[in-house]
Design a protein around this ligand. Structure first.
Ligand code: APR
Ligand code: MG
Length: 280
């Protein structure tokens, strides 16, 4: 693969300034994010994604649960917890997958998300469903609003019917294949996350991050952050790039401060990501 590769090194390259706020704004100016996931036994995945959307600057955040495990996030009551059975899609950016489960309700919710005419981020269990439901994958290609898939290597392997080794041996090929097959923007996660755009042959490699991120929940934070940046009006490729950079840079800052890599955990990333997004 001889195509252009850009390393993301600092936010000035990837448009943190796009988040600057004018004085005469209100919560409606920064968009709504609906996180669909966090079912029984996996509530934390939904909560982490919702909190990431909060710290990432979305105007309003809904945590839409297939099985209402939580009525309230006691630490962050700003997050509105809703029952998926009664949830109305309107103009939210949707993040679907973290702790979603894979039962019939999950399938129905994923179908509704794919039909939603606003940006959608698809992660975790929603990707696993996509890998086994060719009909849903076909519908994905008909979407006109932005679609971002955020697989880790095993999820990517399932989507492509490859082995994880095949994905890891040629990550660029795997990311491009995913972008083309699913007509979507891709973040292929892992050390040096790869960003791929379905419209062109370029891909980018994220340069921030460290093994402190190798702990449960960090992927959920990335997905929620992507949702928040999309809700604030960023273009999907830019949102993906900024989210990856800030997520990794937060982990790097925590390691530099002595809080990792050992024992670094997803929740700690949130206030650091917020500081990075506010840096000018
Ligand atoms: N260096 C840099 N970044 C890393 C490293 C590393 N060594 N290890 C992990 N990361 C980053 C990835 O790039 C990604 O952004 O941490 C994040 C991990 O995301 P996931 O693999 O999705 O992990 P997470 O979601 O927290 O937990 C896994 O969720 O996707 C489901 O089925 C999966 O149940 C499992 C759980
Ligand atoms: Mg994950």
């Amino acid at each position: 693969h001889s195509e252009y590769v850009a390393c993301l090194t600092d936010p000035s390259q990837i448009g943190c300034h796009a988040l600057s706020r004018k004085a005469n704004t209100h919560k409606g100016s920064f968009g709504d994010v609906a996180i669909i996931g966090g079912t029984r036994g996996m509530a934390g995945a939904g909560v982490l994604a919702a909190r990431a959307a909060l710290f990432g600057g979305a105007g309003r955040i809904f945590l839409v649960q297939p099985d209402v495990e939580l009525k309230l996030d006691m630490l962050h009551p700003e997050i509105m917890c809703r029952d998926a059975a009664q949830f109305e899609f309107n103009q939210q950016v949707v993040v679907i997958g973290p702790g979603l489960g894979q039962d019939q309700l999950a399938i129905d919710l994923l179908r509704a998300a794919i039909q939603h005419p606003y940006p959608v981020v698809i992660d975790a269990d929603a990707l696993n469903l996509l890998a086994t439901k060719p009909g849903l994958a076909a519908q994905l290609k008909t979407r006109t609003a932005a679609t971002l898939l955020t697989p880790h290597p095993l999820e990517a392997a399932r989507l492509l019917a490859f082995s994880t080794e095949q994905v890891q041996q040629n990550r660029a090929m795997a990311a491009k294949e995913l972008a083309q097959r699913f007509g979507s923007h891709i973040i292929l996660k892992g050390a040096g996350s790869l960003l791929c755009d379905p419209q062109d042959r370029h891909y980018r490699i994220n340069s921030s991050g460290n093994p402190g991120l190798a702990s449960g929940g960090t992927g959920d934070v990335l997905a929620g952050l992507c949702g928040a940046l999309l809700a604030q009006g960023m273009e999907v490729g830019e949102a993906a790039a900024l989210a990856c950079w800030a997520h990794g840079a937060a982990a790097d800052a925590l390691v530099a401060a002595g809080s990792g890599p050992i024992g670094l955990h997803a929740s700690e990333l949130l206030p650091v990501i917020r500081s990075l997004l506010n840096r000018r």
